[in-house]
Every structure is written in C-alpha cells, then in structure tokens.
Write a new protein. Structure first.
Ligand SMILES: Cc1cc2nc3c(=O)[nH]c(=O)nc-3n(C[C@H](O)[C@H](O)[C@H](O)COP(=O)(O)OP(=O)(O)OC[C@H]3O[C@@H](n4cnc5c(N)ncnc54)[C@H](O)[C@@H]3O)c2cc1C
Length: 392
C-alpha cells in the first residue's frame, strides 16, 4: 500500500458530511489524483453542480508518495499561448510549467500543483474518505465508506493505479520490495541492487541508485531500452535515454534483456534470484520490483464487463457497458488497441464523460464541448489515432 494512504480517518474533510443520509449527488468522483481533479474541473465547466470528489487520503496523494527523486518523464512547457496545452496539464488554460517553473516536476511538486488547482477551482472534495464498496440499489449507486454511505446517480471511478501495485508475479515475489514503497532511493542501504522490470520505473530506480555509486543489475522480460519504436509503450522515453547516458549509469548498471525471473528465495541473509533460463544471481539487498500496477479497476470489476486483457469494457462515453452511470477515468481507459496511460492522453476523455453526465441532466453542452475541442481536450474520434500516437 502506498505511503500516503497511512493517514488517519480522523483528519478533517474539506466538505462536511452532515447531510449524507438524505443527500443524493448527481455524481461522485472517486479519487483526487490527476484524473479525478481533471474530470471534476471538466464536470464543473459542463454546468454540473451537485457533485462530490472523495479521496481515501489527500488530493494528489499518489504523486506525493513517489520516491523523492522520481520526476515526470513528460516535459512541461508553457506552450498554452499558441493553443498547445502543456503536456502535463489536466485543465484547459492551465500550465504546470508556468505555475511551477519546472520542466520535469517531482511527484511532490505535482501533488502541490493538483492541490493548487483544487483550491483555485473550489472543487467540492472530501478527503480521508475511503470507498470500501460500490453497489447499485434502487437505481442509485451506494458508496460504502468508513463513516457513511454516499449515494449518487453517477459514479466516476478515478482511483488510479499507483496504490494498487502488481506484487504477486512469480514465486517468492513477497521477498521483494515494490518501487512504489520507496520513499527515497538515496536512503536505501547497501551497494548491490537487483531490479526486476526495466521499463520507466526500473530505469528510474537504476539511474538514481547508480548516481549514488551503487551497483545495479536490471532484468526485463523484453528490453525496452533496445526498442527502436517511437511508441512510448514499447520504447523508453527520451528523458530516460538521456539519463542512461550519464557516466554513472554506464559504470554501475548492467542490463539483462529477454531475461524473465522465475523465483526469488531468501536464506541466510542472501536473496537468490533465478531466471527462467536457469541463471542464478545473489544480492544482500531486497530485490526491487518495478513490475507495474494491477490498477484500481480490479476493485470495481463487478460493475464492468471485462475485456480479454482484463481491463473494463467501455462505451464510447467511457461508461460501463452493463451499468449505465458508472464511468471510468484515467490511465486504465482502453478502447480497442488504444491505451490512455499518460496524462496528455487520458485528459482528452474528461470532457467526454462530463458531457455525457451534463446531457443526462438536460444541460446544454455545445459551448463547453467547443471550448474543450479548441484546447485538444475532447477526443471523440479514435479512428484518427494509430498505435504510435495513442498507446503507451
Ligand atoms: C512513477 C510514475 C511516473 C509517471 N510519470 C508520468 C509522466 O511523466 N507523465 C504522465 O503523463 N504520466 C506519468 N505516469 C502515469 C500517470 O499519469 C499516473 O499514474 C497518474 O498518477 C494517474 O493519475 P490518477 O488520477 O489516475 O491516479 P492517482 O494519482 O493514483 O490518483 C488516484 C487517487 O484515488 C485515491 N483512491 C484510490 N483508491 C481509493 C478508494 N478506494 N477510495 C477513495 N479514494 C481512493 C487515491 O488516494 C489517489 O489520490 C507515471 C506513473 C508513475 C507510477
């Protein structure tokens, strides 16, 4: 579980919960990360007023719990003046580059940016509210939290991936430590690390450890650093390639492509990592898992039909195909082969969801949709986008 979620339920929420028993919201958004805050702003712009955002911790808590050294790989640039929205922006007219004067923000900086947006747009957010279950009863969604039952006509699930890491992937993976639980690479003791997973998080961990003079071995099923593709789902980002050019990376990091791990054992203070092709590697440090995330959509899988790849099946409005009123926002959105895992991708669907909900309340949406289209924040035609521009 991510570090930021350890906060207690006693802390004060921004929105009072006195009237929960009687109140029915038009929409409840679960999660106040980049997706939840972004879609909340879009919902407000579309004219919907009776909505609430809930988060089990704080606004931006996943970003706040990134390892201290980890930075955005997508650059921010104040390009809004020519109509090209900053790549890391979640709202029309907003530029993290302009407000923070940082090109590659840390998670902590971006969390502060999200908190600033939530305040600026006066979003109705209730923090420290963990949604434990969602059920449909009497044509309303009932969201069970630690304190109350919240009721809504629509739910937007935006609970992200970071707090739901992939942990059980081979025998003995319980002996490893997922990178999402690392507070700061510079604080890790020992000088010899094994990292399992060589995509962005694995290379990020290797880079920071190598800069501290640690020896690092990185194992990956394939080898994203060898890919020629321009597709960021397959190849590494430019930012990571640049980091791999740092002298400490060349001196300290050994890369093993096409080397799946079979098991990890621990005995007499030594971790033994076996690969599927029979090689054995040893280290005194807990191996680091950079294996990605199961994602929070598993938590609400009963509310969606499942695609063959396990992701929720969605209508063209990002609504459940079996339960109208249940929407999905964020990096788990999939349409055919299109994957919306970066902010500059999934933000283009916020207005689609907002429009669907506003229309269901008979609110006019033409001007709203036009404004979002002008900012490239309304993607309704996926046919124009091939693998290279949409997958990640
Ligand atoms: C290390 C790393 C680097 C990345 N770098 C980039 C990058 O450079 N550029 C980019 O575009 N993308 C990047 N991404 C991908 C993506 O933008 C992030 O994963 C982003 O956090 C997704 O935002 P989100 O709002 O969907 O999820 P989150 O930020 O995880 O927000 C979800 C929120 O939901 C809350 N929540 C979860 N479960 C519950 C529950 N049951 N009840 C109530 N609240 C709940 C959480 O507390 C959290 O605040 C990166 C991801 C990682 C992990």
């Amino acid at each position: 579980m991510a570090k930021a979620v350890e906060a207690t339920q006693d802390e004060e929420s921004k929105i009072s919960d006195e009237n929960d028993a009687e109140k029915v919201y038009d929409t409840i958004i679960v999660g106040a990360g980049a997706a939840g805050v972004g879609v909340a702003i879009a919902l407000g712009h579309s004219g919907v007023e009776n909505y609430l955002v809930v988060d089990r911790a704080k606004v931006g808590s996943s970003f706040a719990s990134w390892p201290a050294e980890t930075r955005f790989i997508t650059p921010s640039f104040p390009s809004n003046s020519i109509g090209m929205l900053d790549l890391n922006s979640i709202a029309i007219g907003v530029s993290p580059a302009f407000s923070m004067r940082v090109e590659h923000p840390t998670g902590q900086q971006y969390a502060a940016h999200l908190q600033g947006l939530a305040n600026y747009f006066e979003l109705p957010i209730r923090e420290m509210t963990n949604v434990k279950s969602i059920e449909m009863k009497d044509e309303l969604f009932h969201l069970e939290t630690d304190r109350h039952t919240l009721r809504a006509r629509n739910v937007i699930w935006a609970a992200g991936e970071y707090q739901y890491p992939s942990l059980n992937i081979f025998d003995g993976s319980e002996h490893c430590r997922h990178t999402s639980s690392v507070s700061k690479y510079g604080d890790l003791e020992g000088d010899d690390f094994i990292i399992i997973g060589g995509y962005e998080s694995g290379i990020d961990a290797a880079y920071h450890l190598a800069k501290c003079g640690k020896k690092v071995r990185v194992f990956d099923l394939s080898g994203p650093w060898e890919e020629e593709s321009s597709d960021p789902s397959i190849a590494l980002s430019t930012y990571s390639f640049e980091r791999m050019e740092h002298p400490s990376f060349g001196q300290n990091v050994e890369l093993f492509a096409g080397t799946p791990i079979q098991s990890v054992t621990f005995a007499n203070g030594i971790y033994e990592v076996k690969t599927e092709d029979g090689q054995v590697f040893q280290t005194k440090q807990k191996p680091l898992l950079a294996s990605g995330f199961d994602g929070s959509h598993k938590f609400v899988s009963h509310l969606f039909e499942e695609r063959e790849d396990g992701f929720p099946s969605l209508t063209e409005r990002d609504e459940s195909t079996i339960l109208p009123g249940m929407f999905l926002c964020g990096p788990s959105v999939r349409h055919d082969g299109h994957i919306f895992c970066f902010i500059f991708k999934y933000r283009q669907r916020f207005a689609i969801v907002a429009q669907a909900i506003a229309s269901s309340l008979d609110l006019p949406t033409e001007d709203f949709v036009e404004a979002y289209k002008e900012w490239g924040m309304y993607l309704d035609d996926l046919s124009c986008c091939g693998q290279e521009c949409l997958t990640c």
